[in-house]
Design a protein around this ligand. Sequence first.
Ligand SMILES: O=P(O)(O)OC[C@H]1O[C@H](O[C@H]2O[C@H](CO)[C@@H](O)[C@H](O)[C@H]2O)[C@H](O)[C@@H](O)[C@@H]1O
Length: 357
Amino acid sequence: MTNHAAFAAEDAVTAVPPPAQAGRHFSSFPPRRARDCRKAALGRMDLAASGVLRGGSLLDSMKASSPRHAKFAAGADHEDWMEKHPSALEWIEAVVAAAKGKQIVMFLDYDGTLSPIVEDPDSAVMTEEMRDAVRSVAQHFPTAIVSGRSRDKVLNFVKLEELYYAGSHGMDIKGPTTVSNHKAKADEVLCQPATDFLPVIQEVYETLTAKMEAIPGAMVENNKFCLSVHFRCVDEEEWDALGKEVRAVLEGYPDLRLTKGRKVLEIRPSIKWDKGNALEFLLESLGYAGRGDVFPIYIGDDRTDEDAFKVLRNMGQGIGILVTKFAKETTASYSLREPAEVKDFLRKLVMSTGTKG
Ligand SMILES: O=P(O)(O)OC[C@H]1O[C@H](O[C@H]2O[C@H](CO)[C@@H](O)[C@H](O)[C@H]2O)[C@H](O)[C@@H](O)[C@@H]1O
């Protein structure tokens, strides 16, 4: 397969399915009191490891996030890569065996994992079948959605109130809003380490929205504690101009950092808090920190999910699963090709483990 073919396949957006129905409510896992995440987020950020886009060509970074330009896009290395990152679906028995006797805790990214990538971020709905699969997983194991989207937005897509949600790349974490007797309990924010940044994020959102009007196809999404500048629908010849414009705006805001995702530049507070911290925080909140009998599974498709994969790798517990059709640099140990395979994996996991967690 040529690199161009790889690009076309990976980036082909998916037709938007019809809107889904709201899910049922049922019991969940009450969170325990967690450490103060604001204090933890003040720790020193490892800029080298944080994926922060600093010096060098921003255009190169933007291209690198596009499979057409990616080093490992396709070709002879793919088989080798699959040996190192085998299909979690094909190896489900090995996964179940590794988790045997342990408490599985499920972490799921949203875009590209539970919903296919589409051109319009507001149309990235998930199918009712996927919702059923996630609902079923949450009946068996504590389950969290960890997304770059704002928490409200991702809840609005997933529509399952019995889950934990970590929005804004983990900077807005909240527990379930339903309990076993189906009565709503008071909303309880568990962790918001970046509240001080809300005014500045809003200011940058307004500035960037005005600037991006000049670039056809560009779009700025407000994800509450962070912003996404989308360039999926921007002509590639305009990417350089877009990147320079974003960087110029950020020069006035040294407390914000720029990272990249799938055809998106992401602006977030320069605090030491990412999806990896969110995973650790949730494990701690659930009372699982430091326990050897816990088996976290994190499934995600993007660069930002690598922070969580690294945490699992360092813990030496559980598994990271990268959703991709192409060989990519990753710390995940398994792979799945697309959201449809994620759904099948979730279903099989529930069937294979059988008992309630
Ligand atoms: O952490 P995630 O849940 O994966 O969120 C990451 C970003 O996802 C969304 O953008 C991506 O999906 C869009 C819809 O398929 C697509 O149009 C876009 O090109 C992708 O980058 C979301 O819109 C962003 O705000 C999230 O940061």
